[in-house]
Ligand binder design. Structure first.
Ligand code: G3H
Length: 478
């Protein structure tokens, strides 16, 4: 059938062996986009076995040849840009412009990964620098792959957050089993096709589609998996980490990124960054600005700057035109956001903008006077709603920021470098952005979350390092 998708297994595109499929529908209008195999545990076994065998050859392919394959994959991906971006608009309800730029960003990511991989070198360490050591002893440190990497990608960047696991994993000499989130998996399979066409050998990249409830625990606890790179919710990430044992994990999870606004901030710049950072793709980004902690003194002025920008946001069907606010990924997701909105209203927050819903399309929503007893102060909506929490000074902002269970990023807006560093140094997060919205890119920067936001560090070189280990050979000269 035309819209029956297949999985890449040992270099072949294979149908469901048990004739069981998952139907992928568009969150925009429920049209059926395709069907993917709901793979069984036996099929998962086959994918992992294949990957295990193929990795033994792949690890010996020269770094230069691996890089050439990645360069070709980037070119092929760009060749499919239009087709893939159009599919992405439908599959995850993202505006067209962002879908195009996701594909371009991914091609850049893959190329940069190849460049970086070619430039990673080992080191030799003389033995005589440690007390009692001698100069006839030298440690030669090189990196070697881990084996089979399980890459689990989320719905919101179905191409980029799959490639950002596959490309560094391959470059480090691992084979990959990609298990994309069901919503977004059609784009993920498309990406796998680009790698396959670029010459990734049979078995080195395999895809698995299926229901998390059936194969999720099975695949993550599978003995054949040597490393797991997961992006998704904290709930699922914590579950994976509780059921796995002795397998290194690299995880990027939820966030509640704060924009801290001090009395000396450039409020125009701050407001633009808050609106772009909070509402793009309807807030469905782990790094979206998810709370505003503003000092009382400038809170009213900041609101005055934010409101006209909210009015300018466009919303609707991303198939018709580029809109800022799109229907959320699922009805459950939209229901959850509305629960948080209702809770804030009930507990006395002041609704400044939005608050309404039509189907899964939720207006950009802004609340003032949010207090710490409200769910919106702490929970991650993954939707277009932002709380303003007024604070008396930077110390109160830091305290509230750090009280969150999450620790992905924070932004601090101030024109005083001393204040910027004062705040940045005290925040318990992976990254602090000074005078900019929270965001992952540029993609060669380290990207990490602390506390409930993740384990390990991503970013091109960091991901290659995470997916490889030092191999030490010690030479003892006589
Ligand atoms: O959703 C999680 C992504 O890693 C965020 O990436 O900051 O480029 O939107 P972004």
């Amino acid at each position: 059938e035309k819209n029956r998708y297949r999985n890449l297994q040992n270099g072949q595109w294979v149908e469901s062996r048990n004739d069981t499929y998952i139907t992928i529908k568009s969150p925009i209008d429920d049209t059926v986009l395709g069907m993917v195999p709901a793979m069984s545990k036996e099929e998962v076994d086959m994918a992992i076995e294949t990957a295990k065998k193929a990795q033994k050859q792949w690890r010996n392919v020269t770094t230069d040849e691996k890089a050439e394959i990645l360069y070709r994959a980037a070119d092929i991906l760009l060749k499919y840009k239009e087709e893939l971006a159009e599919l992405m608009v439908r599959e995850i309800s993202k505006d067209r412009k962002s879908c195009y730029s996701e594909v371009e960003r991914t091609a850049d990511f893959i190329r940069f990964t190849a460049d970086t991989g070619k430039n990673i070198s080992g080191e030799s360490i003389p033995g005589d620098s440690f007390p009692g050591g001698k100069n006839n002893k030298v440690s030669i440190v090189r990196r070697e792959p881990l084996g089979v990497v399980l890459a689990i990608s989320p719905f919101n960047y179905p191409v980029n957050l799959a490639a950002s696991k596959i490309a560094p994993g391959l470059m480090a000499g691992n084979s990959i089993v990609l298990k994309p989130a069901s919503q977004g998996c059609l784009c993920g399979l498309y990406l796998a096709r680009a790698f396959q066409e670029a010459g990734v050998p049979a078995g080195v990249l395999n895809t698995v589609t299926g229901k998390g409830s059936e194969i999720g625990d099975y695949i993550t606890t599978h003995k054949g998996i040597d490393f797991i790179n997961f992006t998704g919710s904290t709930e699922v990430g914590a579950h994976i980490s509780s059921i796995t044992s002795m397998v290194p994990l690299l995880m990027e999870l939820g966030g509640k990124d704060a924009a801290i606004v001090l009395e000396d901030a450039d409020l125009e710049l701050t407001a633009s960054n808050i609106v772009a950072g909070g509402y793009s793709y309807s807030g469905q980004r782990c790094t979206a600005v998810k709370r505003i902690l503003v000092v009382e003194e400038v809170a009213d002025q900041l609101i005055e700057k934010i409101l006209p920008k909210l009015e300018k946001l466009t919303m609707g069907n991303p198939l018709d035109r580029d809109v800022d606010i799109v229907p959320l990924i699922s009805t459950n997701a939209a229901d959850f956001v509305c629960e948080l909105i209702a809770d804030a209203k009930e507990k006395g927050a002041k609704l400044l903008f939005g608050g309404n819903r039509e189907g899964n399309l939720i207006q950009p929503t802004l609340f003032d006077n949010v207090t710490t007893d409200m769910r919106l102060a702490w929970e991650e909506p993954f939707g277009p709603v932002l709380p303003i929490i007024r604070v008396k000074d930077k110390d109160e902002a830091i305290k509230l920021a750090n009280e969150s269970e999450y620790g992905l990023q924070s932004a601090v807006f101030t024109q005083n470098i001393n204040n910027a560093f004062y705040v940045a140094n005290k925040l318990e997060v992976g990254t602090v952005q000074v005078n900019n919205k929270t965001e992952r890119g540029p993609d060669h920067f380290p990207f990490l979350g602390v506390k409930a936001s993740g384990i390990g560090t991503q970013g091109i070189r960091y991901s290659i390092e995470s997916m490889s280990r030092p191999k030490v050979t010690v030479i003892n000269l006589s």
